[in-house]
Design a protein around this ligand. Structure first.
Ligand code: CU
Length: 472
């Protein structure tokens, strides 16, 4: 199913009023501890699709995205989670270098939080940046239905900007009556590009409008929460720099031309200078085949930006991530196989070898080193403090967005999509491994525990592309 706009209605300010207002979610703030309450349940929301009625969702506190959680670097986040869904769930804090017991991975770090039950998450947030949280049980359906939200960790001294703008991009597969089309985890989606939607939203609605003035310096926080859609986004022809990727500051701001691409789970923080208002229209567009779909509109307001910058922005202060050694202690080759037009003929699943036909009949289509789904034992056991290298060798006809929990990995700027940046390396928690290509990733295994490593195209994860490693 291809992406298309079902209607081209302009953003209406009245839509905002139609959104569910969150219950009082920030329950307390004391010294360095910030408390929130998140309730997973059902909701309904206007997605501006042009189809009648609201879309029924699964969500946190009645809204998609869920409540924005925001605190300062080094503070402690305390979240009372209550599950009012009809099935078990848990919350993963994507990109946070977190205490393992708080990682929210059902079946690896915690038990499922069953209907009616509670779980208390509490952890320090070591890194400033743009992160997100989402369900991590049957993620391909739970996240797609809307169980996600954004987590912003502020720097002690944030960069001097006129506006700090959050833009959360998602795609939805809607049926005729505007309801979420329920064919989750069908084999076609699993074995191809995943569940690609037919309707795009920004911040939970059909489009977003940002008021800007000439001379404004904007910080844009872009987040791709889609199940499987890689999003190439074009920006207006203003001066723009990438200052952070997946929550981690880049060594120096990377000058951006007109486009940035985000794989599922990835984030980018940009500094954009509104240098000219003679253009009557400016927008952020999603590129799909020959379509350029405007999702974010910039509306020009009178006046001048407070800053009127002439100089490029400074780099954000780095988070304290240990640099990987140039010579890794261990190197692990991860061969990725499967999917349509792939060469997987057999693989191990639940301790037995199966041929591809049998695997497909069980909804499995992908393997990592010839193993489908996470094995009983970790693929590697890393001594704490060692530098580990993983070489992702993609033998499939599809790109994969590989996400490691609990750590960020270093990749070369070429492999991160910034070949001419002049920086040594780029830190990410989710790396896009292009079809039939290889990517080397290195990291210091300094966070003890059991960590999932999986494709963040959630249908691929569900179809077998998930494994785990342990840091001891
Ligand atoms: Cu994948």
């Amino acid at each position: 199913m291809s992406i298309h706009k079902l209607s081209r209605r302009e953003f209406m300010s009245t839509v905002v009023a139609g959104l569910f207002c969150p219950a009082k979610v920030l329950t307390a703030k004391s010294n360095d501890r910030v408390s929130y309450s998140l309730i997973a349940g059902t909701g309904s929301q206007l997605l501006d699709s042009g189809l009648p009625g609201k879309t029924e969702t699964w969500c946190y506190n009645g809204q998609v995205p869920g409540p924005l959680i925001r605190l300062k670097q080094s503070e402690t986040l305390s979240v009372d989670f209550h599950n009012e869904l009809a099935e078990g769930s848990a919350i993963h804090w994507h990109g946070i270098r977190i205490d393992n017991a708080m990682d929210g991975t059902v079946g690896l770090t915690q038990d499922s939080v069953l209907p009616g039950e509670n779980f208390h998450y509490q952890f320090a947030v070591p890194d400033a940046g743009t992160f997100w949280y989402h369900a991590h049980q049957r993620s391909s359906e739970q996240v797609d239905r809307g169980l996600y939200g954004i987590l912003i960790i502020d720097e002690p001294f944030p960069p001097d900007t006129d506006e700090d703008v959050l833009l959360v991009f998602d795609d939805w597969r809607l049926g005729q009556r505007g309801l979420i089309e329920p064919s989750f985890n069908n084999l076609h989606d699993i074995a191809h590009a995943g569940r690609i939607g037919n309707w795009l939203t920004v911040n939970g609605r059909g489009s977003e409008t940002i008021r800007v003035r000439e001379g404004d310096r904007l910080r844009l926080r872009l987040v791709n929460t889609a199940n499987s859609l890689v999003m190439p986004l074009t920006l207006p022809a203003w001066d723009a720099w990438v200052v952070a990727l997946d929550g981690m500051p880049v060594q120096k701001p990377l000058r951006l031309e007109s486009e940035i691409s985000l794989a599922p789970g990835q984030r980018a923080d940009l500094i954009v200078d509104v240098s000219a208002v003679f253009v009557t229209e400016a927008s952020i567009n999603f590129l799909h085949r020959d379509l350029s779909i405007p999702l974010v509109h910039f509306a020009f307001a009178k006046g001048k930006g407070r800053l009127m910058h002439q100089e490029p922005p400074y780099a954000l202060p780095p988070n304290s991530v240990s640099p990987a050694s140039s010579v890794p202690d261990d190197s692990y080759l991860m061969v990725m196989k499967g999917g349509a037009m792939g060469d997987m003929t057999q693989a191990e699943f639940q301790g037995s070898l199966h041929d591809i036909r049998t695997l497909v009949s069980m909804g499995k289509a992908w393997s990592l080193n010839d193993v489908v789904d996470k094995p009983d034992t970790p693929i590697l056991t890393a001594p704490r403090g060692s530098t580990q290298e993983i070489v992702f060798e993609n033998h499939t006809a599809w790109p994969h967005a590989m996400h490691l929990h609990g750590h960020h990995v270093e990749v070369s700027p070429e492999m991160a999509g910034f070949p001419t940046s002049g920086v040594d390396s780029i830190l990410r928690d989710t790396i896009l491994v292009p079809a039939r290509e290889s990517v080397q990733a290195r990291f210091v295994a300094d966070n003890p525990g059991k960590w999932l490593l999986h494709c963040h195209m959630l249908e691929h994860q569900s179809g077998g592309m998930t494994t785990w490693l342990e840091v001891i």
